[in-house]
Each structure stands twice: as C-alpha cells, then as structure tokens.
Ligand binder design. Structure first.
Ligand SMILES: [Zn+2]
Length: 329
C-alpha cells in the first residue's frame, strides 16, 4: 500500500488467473469518515487484504463508505460482505440494479447473456454460462445500495467528490471527480496499456460504443492532473490516452467494415473471427471459451455502432442476427 496523494492510498488487490492482474483499490482517509473504491473479487485472500488495510489505516467499517464504480465482479465481489460489516454501499441505479439481477443463474442478467450469444451466432461454439467469467465470480447476495446519482457530491475529509456519469464500459459506470485537486477516479473507463472492453448489453442500451466514445469526449475536456484508473499503471496524460483509445476503435470499425464487405450478410460471430485480437490463439476454435464471449460482445458493439452510423442494416433469421452493409457506402 502506498499514499499516492494526500490521504489517498492505493493497494493492489490480486486478480489471480485474470489478464488484468490486479485491481487498484483506493482508500480515501478522512478524520471522521473514510471511503473505499471497489472491492476486488469475492475471495478469502482479498478479504484479508482489505481487513489489513482497515487495520493499518485505523479505518472503522461503520464509518466508511464503499463506492462501486461499476458492476463487474472484480470491482464488486465483496460488496455484500463489506455491507454486512457496516459499510454504506454506493452504486449507480443502473449498475446496482443489474448487479442485483445477476445473483442466481436464472436471473435476467444471465438469461440475457445467453440470448445475446444466440443472436451473435455462438450456438455452435456450445458455450455455457458457467464459462462466462462474470458468472463465475458473480456476487452471491443482493446489496442494499444508496444510489450514486451523477452531479451529486460525496464529501470525504478535505475532498468533495462529484459523481460523474461515464457510461459505456457498463451501462451505469460512474466516476468521482475532485475539481479543486483535479483528480478523477475513473474505474475502467480509461486504462493504461489495455483497452477497456466495450460490449453489447442489449438493444435497450442503444449504441453503447457511441455512448462510450461520448463519455471519452467528456473526460477529454475535463481538467485532470491525476487520473486514478482501476487497473495497471496510472495514466499520466489522459488526453493522449483517450486519443489512443479513439484510434483503437477507429481501427476496429475499419476491420469490421472490411469483414462485412466480404459477405452478403454476416453474423456477429463471423465478423468476430475476422477481427484482430491480442490473444495467443491460432484460430477461433483455439480461443479460450471466456474470450469467445468477450470477443463476440465487443464485435457486436462495433456492428451496432456502424448501424447507428447508417452504414449497415440488421435482420433476424432463425433467431440469429445478420448484418448487411448498406450498398454504395
Ligand atoms: Zn470493468
């Protein structure tokens, strides 16, 4: 653990067998009340790590807030455990409700994930929900969260954090901005080196890649000196990193356009196979099952963005979605 700014501490919580390696766990220590941001996976050694931090910093659970940036299990795995210890949990309405709808295997989150897989043409890959990392490490109890409403403020010690809507990586991801100190806790919205996963969440969330790009735009124009992200190293220059992320998605969109041109109509799966992935696999069959879910979801988000731009149309046949380029483009 190290102090990265006055009364703001960072402890790396291990995420074993996960390419993200660890979660940057942030603690803001106040004279009365403190706040922690996110929790790591629901694992015994993570509990021990967090309890050690509480002890070292003399933090009382009943005088501490837990702010959840978004629903992913590496951020929320211990939310119900910490709530039971007496912490007050803050989450955005959208992600908090989604989190509470993902406890049981039959809950809407997993039914929808399976349905998206069928739409994407993944049926022949014979994936089961147990292969989905989100399912494997899901929280096992509901949380009674206090809604984190964008534009509201959460004061902690000398800091006054404004809740910022960063939707895109998940439908309800939120960050915390300290205007005076030019600090933004951004969760997985912007990461150093790795590209945040942008996936299809269902048609009710519209063009989620477009939404993400708008949220990048918002942060681009913010006055930030310290960008505290949830994984890997801390980004020095947020504008430079955002430009790299724009370029990444532009390249991806171009790859998707090329893939679409090669066929009369394409499934999400067939486009996914033709995109370039930073994965040590010879071909699609060799892809780890967990990565098939992620890759197809990401390709789908890009296809839906092309549809929002008017470059492709989509039709359904036999329960599978097909994407067709608009002639003349
Ligand atoms: Zn995430």
């Amino acid at each position: 653990m190290r102090e990265i700014y006055k009364n703001i501490y960072l402890k790396e919580l291990a995420l074993p067998n996960n390419p993200l390696k660890h979660l940057n766990f942030y603690i803001i220590k106040g004279p009365e009340e403190s706040m922690i941001i996110d929790t790591g996976f629901n694992r015994e050694d993570t509990k021990t790590d967090i309890l050690d931090v509480f002890e070292q910093l003399d933090i009382k659970p009943e005088k501490t807030k837990l702010f959840l940036t978004h629903l992913h299990s590496d951020h929320t795995g211990l939310a119900s455990y910490l709530e039971e210890m007496g912490l007050r949990v803050y989450a955005s309405k959208i992600d908090g409700n989604l989190l509470n709808s993902s406890v049981e295997k039959t809950d809407p989150m997993w039914r929808n994930t399976l349905q998206h897989g069928i739409w994407q043409g993944l049926e022949e890959d014979r994936l089961v929900i147990e292969d989905h990392p989100g399912f494997k490490f899901r929280p096992t109890a509901h949380i009674n969260f206090i809604p984190a409403v964008p534009c509201d403020f959460i004061p902690v010690g000398e800091y006054n954090f404004e809740i910022i809507d960063l939707k895109g990586h998940t439908p309800g991801i939120v960050g915390l901005y300290e205007r005076e100190h030019k600090i933004l806790f951004c969760g997985d919205h912007i990461l150093g080196k790795i590209t945040p996963n942008i996936t299809f969440w269902g048609f009710e969330y519209g063009d989620i890649l477009g939404t993400y790009l708008n949220s990048l735009d918002l942060v681009y124009h913010m006055d930030i000196e310290h960008l505290f992200s949830s994984h890997r190293f801390l980004v020095e220059d947020h504008r430079k990193r955002i430009e790299e992320l724009y370029q990444h998605h532009d390249r991806r969109l171009d790859e998707a356009r090329e893939a679409l041109k090669a066929a009369v109509r394409s499934t999400v799966r067939s486009v996914t196979k033709q995109l370039h992935w930073d994965i040590n696999s010879k071909n699609w069959d060799d892809f780890p099952k967990a990565q098939k879910w992620f890759a197809a979801g990401e390709a789908h988000a890009h296809l839906e963005h092309l549809r929002a731009l008017g470059e492709v149309t989509m039709e359904e046949a036999g329960g599978v979605l097909y994407y067709v380029p608009v002639p003349g483009l």
